[in-house]
Design a binder for this molecule. Sequence first.
Ligand code: SF4
Length: 315
Amino acid sequence: MNTSAAPIPSEQHTRSKMWYVTPDNKPRGFIRSHALEEVWLHTGTACNLACPFCLEGSKPGDDRLQLMRFDDAKPFIDEALALGVRQFSFTGGEPFINKDMVRILDYALQHRPCMVLTNATTPLLKRALQLEPLRERPYAVHFRVSLDHFLADEHDKSRGEGMFAMALDGLCTLHDMGFSVSVANQAIPGLSANQVTKCFAQVFRGAGLPENLPRIEFPEFHPPGAAVAAPQITQSCMVDYQTESTRREFMCAFSRMVVKSNGQCKVYACTLVDDDADYALGATLAESLQVSVSMKHHRCYSCFRYGASCSEMKR
Ligand code: SF4
C-alpha cells in the first residue's frame, strides 16, 4: 500500500457520484491507505450527556450506532493484529455506558496499547474499581478526557451543571490510579494558543495534576448529517497543497473505525465520517484498505486545512 495522489481506481461497489467528483465535475482528492496502524472501535452513540455540538449526535438512549459487544469487537481486534495494527482506540458516545467495555479493553490490552475517549463522569467513575486490574496488563491504556473549556461555566453550558467538576474529578481519579491521561478541548475563539495553554495549566495545577498535561484541541465538526458548506478538495489540491509526507498524516491513511449499526459491524474510513454511508468501506478491515478514501465529507476540509486528527499515536 502507498499513500498516493493518483486517480481513484475503479471499484466494485456503488457510491454517490459526489464520492468521485466535485459539484463542478473536477476529480475529487482522495487518500489511499499506506498501513493499518490504529484501529478505532466505536462503542455506540449512547451517552449519559446530550451535548448539542456532539459530532456523533450522542445522547442518552441513542442507538444510531449500536453498543458494540465483546463478540462484535473480538474478530476485528484479531484481524487488526494479523494486519499489523499498533494501537486500538475507543470512542463513543460514552464508552463506559457499554457494559462490555472493560472486557473488550482487557482483551485488547493483552495485545496492544489502547486509548479511550471518555467524558470521565458517572459511567467511568462507577467502573473505576473494574479498571484497577488493567494496570497489570502487558500493554498500557491511556485515557483522553473531554474538558471543553478551562472555565467551569462554559463547559457546563452544554454538558450540564456540575459536569466540569465531575470530569476533573474523573481525570484526577485516573491520574491517581497511575493511568496516562490527556485532555480534549474545543477551539476557544478570541484567545491565543498561549493564553489557552496558560488557563488550562492553572486548572490542572489547581486540581493537583501536572500543569503540562497533553491537550488536543478540536475545531467545530458540526453534528452528524449537518449540511455544511466547506471548500471542495480536488485531486489538484491534494498535490499542490499536500505532499507524500503530509498525506500520510491523514487518519484515513493509517487507520480505520469499526462501528455497529442495524445489527451489523462495518468498517468506516475514520472517526469523522460515520454519518455518510459512502464511507462504509467494507465488512472487514482488509476489505476496507482496498478502497481509496474520497475527500468529499465537509470534515475532510478540517484535516486538509488544519491537520485535524483524533489520533494521539506517536508515528
Ligand atoms: S475526515 Fe479526514 S481522516 Fe476522515 S476521511 Fe476525511 S480526510 Fe480522511
